[in-house]
Design a binder for this molecule. Structure first.
Ligand SMILES: [Mn+2]
Length: 331
């Protein structure tokens, strides 16, 4: 088998300053993996800066703050960074342009190598080197393997960042992507001296009241179709303005309808406050491959968790998706 890790390590070893970035609306895996890579590079005396494409949810901010990891948000323009100051670009937790809005021109004009470390099925071929393992539960699992092969020990800060990545993408080790390797890695990270109780509180007992208000509204919008096998929730602009919630508060709402026994597929339709395209999240228990479903609309992801964006009104998008999903579920 080809060793994908070695060329990655070789390229990173030759750098002095790395720009790390990840998908828009970063989740715990995106941020934990970015932080872990930044800390790992630090142990090799390699500088790094994390470029975020949108605001990070407050509950994840500790991982950057506690470790003094430098980051900026492209929505704020990032005046403090210049791409030419970096000799390598590392993209974690995505390999597609649609997840990197505003970066395509800058990435294509970037002089140094562009590396992708990802676990999503949906990929595009623009990177100079790729480390993609779609069997990994999280990008953090791939980062952990890279660190092992680069002989970088799991100190508590690195282990905390990797654990955050794993715990987030597996729903605290509950989702079907959790595999024996994930649990063994989690055990290794615990042995490195992390405080899992602290991480649990930050992830699951750390919401703003506005988030609960938005959750109530999402649940009130729930429709069950196709003999209660398909669940659709819809959040409109007024749900955000009236609750005071923002886009970061939609994270994980998509999993709520899966609590219902009969539900096989869940769709969350979100009308963003910026009047951009409608954002859609998809989850499946087993019968439908939602990555394939999303790809017909230009989206992508994993077989059981995917997303897409569509222009039009909420109601148009809703009708179109329900129709398409009904035909996906009929065979
Ligand atoms: Mn991920």
């Amino acid at each position: 088998m080809i060793d994908l890790y070695r060329p990655f390590i070789d390229r990173l070893s030759n750098c002095r300053r790395v720009l790390i970035t990840t998908h828009v609306r970063p989740d715990g895996d995106a941020l934990g993996s970015s932080a872990a890579m930044s800390l790992a590079l630090r142990t090799k005396k390699i500088d790094s800066h994390v470029l975020l494409l949108s605001r990070m949810p407050d509950k994840y901010a500790f991982i950057f703050r506690d470790n003094k990891i430098q980051s900026c948000n492209l929505e704020g323009g990032c005046p403090e960074i210049s791409f030419s100051d970096f000799d390598l670009l590392l993209v974690v937790d995505t390999g597609t342009w649609s997840q990197l809005p505003g970066l395509k021109d800058r990435l294509n004009g970037f002089a140094g190598p562009r590396l992708v470390m990802d676990h999503h099925l949906t990929q595009e071929d623009w990177a100079d080197a790729k480390l993609v393992d779609s069997t990994a539960a999280a990008a953090g699992e791939i980062a952990a393997e890279l660190l092992r092969r680069w002989n970088i020990p799991f100190d508590p800060p690195i282990a905390t960042a990797l654990f955050l990545a794993l715990a987030s993408d597996t729903g605290w080790f509950q989702f079907s992507n959790t595999r024996p390797r994930t649990m063994r890695l989690a055990a290794d990270l615990m042995e490195a001296g992390i405080n899992t109780d602290y991480i649990y509180r930050l992830l699951y007992q750390n919401e703003r009241i506005q988030r609960l208000e938005l959750q109530t509204r999402a649940q009130q919008s729930l429709e069950l179709l196709k003999d209660n096998r398909m669940a659709v929730m819809t959040l409109r602009q007024n749900d955000f303005t009236q609750s005071g919630a923002d886009m970061t508060d939609t994270e994980n709402l998509i999993n709520i309808p899966l609590q219902v026994q009969s539900v096989e597929v869940a769709i969350l339709i979100v009308e963003p406050l910026d009047s951009g395209p409608i954002r859609v999240s998809l989850r499946s228990k087993n019968s439908v491959d939602v990555a394939k479903f999303a790809e017909q609309f230009g989206g992508g992801g994993h077989a059981r968790a995917a997303g897409l964006k569509l222009p039009g009104t909420v109601d148009e998008v809703r009708r179109k998706l329900i129709q398409a999903m009904l035909s996906s579920m009929s065979h």
